[in-house]
Design a protein around this ligand. Structure first.
Ligand code: SAM
Length: 280
């Protein structure tokens, strides 16, 4: 039984890193006109009311997107304007009310030639996702995103961007993620694959990364966004892997997250390194 609900965590510091990384990857790929198939294997419900009970219960958005919004005038990078545009918050608003989940980030940025497919297994979440998608250019599949992605590869479009963002409620999610990336890469080697994972004291992500390092997949960039003050228990940071990053993506993400730290919005630093470098 699935119990994870992203509404408790929407807009937290990890969502800021993940959605900024996704936003930059798609925008940078769109520098070329050819179409990009966008897949979101674990989509959630696409739109979160930050005033509703679940996000208010944890208050996680307060240390993430809400704090960033309060400090927005101190952000330097001109790209922030289009970031806020996707969120759709009115300039004079005191707070962000509705926060977009990953399929909404993809759909907001997708051009005519960029089809968006979102998978969601949880029945309640997938029906919210279907409602959201009804008048939008996104295709929703109520089912397993790991298998669903592989069934769609290679796509008919020239390029591919995939987000793999499981809840890691079950330990197997780490290995299933690694195996899915390897199989997907074999079917579409030029695809761009973005994987999110939590940094937890148990360090289960390490085995996932080792599995990728032992595979034929190359060009895997790792970004660890570490909270300055680690909590006594639980998540001390947020991790991203990007296979086949667009040129300069890591530097752009780093520079925008440096901007976030410099204005005092989120006390966290990112470390970027190749988990698997380009061969030869
Ligand atoms: N990607 C979303 C975002 O950034 O806004 C958050 C997704 S949340 C971390 C993970 C989601 O995956 C949950 O909504 C959960 O119900 C769903 N899920 C769990 N196992 C799944 C599977 N095998 N296939 C598709 N969705 C799954």
């Amino acid at each position: 039984m699935l119990s994870y609900l992203h509404a408790f965590h929407a807009g937290n510091f990890a969502d800021v890193q993940k959605h900024l990384g996704l936003f930059l990857a798609l925008k940078m790929m769109q520098a070329k006109p050819s179409g990009i198939a966008c897949f979101d294997t674990h989509a959630g419900s696409a739109r979160y009311d930050l005033q509703s009970e679940r996000p208010r219960k944890t208050g996680e958005a307060e240390g993430g997107i809400q704090r960033l919004w309060q400090m927005r005038r101190h952000l330097q990078d001109p790209e922030w304007a289009s970031f806020w545009n996707v969120i759709g918050v009115a300039e004079g608003a005191e707070q962000v009310r509705f926060y977009p989940g990953s399929p909404a980030w993809l759909e907001a940025l997708a051009r005519e030639q960029d089809p968006v497919t979102a998978f969601e297994l949880h029945s309640g979440e997938s029906s919210l996702l279907q409602d959201w998608a009804r008048e939008r250019r996104a295709h929703v599949v109520a089912g397993d995103g790991f298998r669903g992605l592989l069934a769609e590869l290679p796509p008919p479009t020239p390029r591919l961007l995939t987000l793999i963002d499981p809840p890691y409620e079950v330990k197997d999610d780490y290995m299933t993620t690694a195996e899915t990336v390897i199989k997907a890469w074999k079917r579409c080697r030029h695809g761009v694959y973005l994987v999110w994972y939590p940094l937890l004291p148990e360090a289960r992500h390490e085995a996932m990364i080792r599995r990728l390092q032992d595979s034929p997949v190359t060009k895997v960039l790792q970004c660890h966004y570490l909270l300055d003050k680690s909590p006594a228990r639980g998540m001390y940071g947020s991790g991203l892997l990007l296979v086949n990053p667009p040129w300069g993506w890591g530097d752009r993400l780093q520079s925008m997250l440096d901007d976030v730290a410099a204005c005092g919005a989120i006390a966290a630093r990112q470390q970027v390194a190749w988990a698997v470098p380009e061969q030869g």
